[in-house]
Design a protein around this ligand. Structure first.
Ligand code: NI
Length: 254
């Protein structure tokens, strides 16, 4: 069984000591493809240089809402340049985070819009981070119905998921669906149309049960896949297959 991890950050300092050892071991653990999003220009560049070294690894370039207040015209230009790389498959991760509010909300919104313009211009899809900002995020995204999008690490309601799906966008789930306190999101996993669902680790974060608390890596995407299968009443193989097809289509890989 092979998997597509739609979101993992190997630029993260938690991987600094053993990144090459780890990345070389992932294909034999069933990780057929992985997309690594940056969080600013510098980390996006790091993701692209890692993707250059590993066939299974692709990159996304973008400015995360946490880093929005540090972005300037020069950073947007660098992101656009990085997106010309053959292994850059998406703009991301971008969006709004009202949980931490590390950047002022008006700045987060402006930086999000600016990068949706870049996505429109380059024709690449976007990886959206939406934390406790559902209404504003949906409002902004609605101005870009032509931009393909995946809402990553989804934890919202099925009601909200339906609005996202009606726009033609995708939804991706992390190890958070294996957590004991996960309830609301499970309904979405169950009801998702089979052609719009993706899985991811969001490594090094969101480590699935029973490894919760340890560093996450793409090999644990198997546990997310098994949980999706269990909830939907299909085999893990079927879940691996449909999430693989969806991610390949979405990112234009293969
Ligand atoms: Ni992420």
């Amino acid at each position: 069984m092979v998997f597509f991890d739609s979101h993992a950050h190997y630029h993260d300092e938690q991987f600094e000591a053993d990144v090459d050892e780890l990345l070389s071991s992932l294909p034999e653990k069933g990780v057929a493809y992985c997309v690594g999003p940056g969080v600013d220009a510098e980390t996006s560049e790091k993701e692209i240089s890692l993707a250059e070294k590993y066939d299974f690894l692709f990159a996304a370039a973008g400015i995360h809402p946490h880093e929005a207040s540090k972005a300037d015209e020069n950073s947007f230009q660098r992101i656009e340049e990085l997106l010309r790389h053959p292994k850059a498959v998406a703009v991301g991760e971008i969006g709004l985070d009202y949980h931490y509010d590390f950047s002022p909300r008006d700045v987060q919104k402006a930086v999000f819009r600016r990068q949706l313009e870049i996505a429109r211009k380059t024709g690449l899809p976007v990886i959206v981070h939406d934390r406790e900002a559902h209404e504003d995020c949906f409002d902004i995204m609605s101005g870009y119905p032509d931009v393909r999008a995946v809402f990553h690490c989804y934890s919202g309601s099925w009601e909200h998921a339906k609005r996202i799906l009606n726009m033609g966008w995708y939804i991706s789930f992390t190890g958070s669906i294996t957590f004991k306190n996960a309830r609301r999101v499970l309904e979405t996993v169950i009801n998702m149309p089979p052609d719009r669902i993706m899985i991811e680790t969001d490594a090094p974060y969101m480590t699935p049960v029973p490894h919760r608390g340890k560093r996450n890596d793409s090999s644990y995407v198997r546990l997310v896949c098994e949980k999706v299968a269990e909830l939907r009443g299909i085999t893990a193989e079927e879940a691996a297959c449909l999430t693989m097809e969806n991610a390949m289509r979405f990112f234009g890989i293969g």
